[in-house]
Design a protein around this ligand. Structure first.
Ligand code: ADP
Length: 176
């Protein structure tokens, strides 16, 4: 599904964040050390190759809500924006910290003239954020920033399974 708001397309697809051909940037649901690990971070580092970890090392550690940018190495994308989501209920306030991830990622993307960016559902895996709450926080944070975006034209949510896709489609559909 997709929606266009102030000329920015927001879309939800089911898939793998490492397979987003044609997107300037993908977002990593990173850990504080910006190292491979499991879930999205593991998949991104595997696909990018060891050069990514090397580039990440001097940028770590990062704090919940923070975002940093690197090259895409062997990924089909020019950039990777690494965000540390909150551990649900532990890093507080979790909703603000999760919103910060989306806000800071979009701001970094704008600074680099990025036109298309793909996000995974940050914090909804190992970090335990309930999917529907996380989707609401993510879309609200993005909608607030949309009027100020200049370079970004496409924002894609890449959801790993059918259930996550359905939840995001429902939340997005109910928001406008
Ligand atoms: P976090 O530590 O921020 O919770 P995870 O990587 O554990 O991050 O998971 C975030 C979300 O990404 C989860 O919903 C998970 O199912 C999903 N996910 C896992 N692998 C991929 C992938 N290759 N592409 C897109 N989403 C993925």
């Amino acid at each position: 599904m997709e929606k266009v708001i102030h000329g920015v397309k927001i879309e939800c697809v089911q898939g793998d964040i490492t397979k987003q051909e044609g997107f300037d940037a993908i977002v990593n649901a990173a850990n504080a050390q910006l190292m491979p690990g499991g879930g999205v971070a593991g998949a991104i580092h595997r696909a990018a190759g060891p050069g990514l970890a090397e580039e990440c090392r001097p940028l770590a550690p990062i704090k919940p809500g923070q975002a940093v940018i690197t090259g895409g190495h062997n990924l089909p994308n020019r950039y990777v924006i690494h965000c540390l989501g909150p551990v649900y209920g532990v890093d507080q306030p979790s909703d603000k910290l999760l919103a910060d991830c989306y806000r800071n990622a979009l701001k970094l993307a704008e600074q680099h003239g990025i036109t298309s960016i793909a996000f995974p559902a940050i914090s909804t895996g190992i970090f335990g954020y309930p999917m529907e709450e996380a989707a609401r926080v993510a879309f609200e944070a993005i909608f607030e920033l949309i009027p100020s975006l200049k370079s970004i034209k496409v924002i894609r949510f890449v959801l790993w399974d059918r259930k996550a896709l359905e939840i995001h489609e429902r939340v997005l559909g109910n928001m406008f």
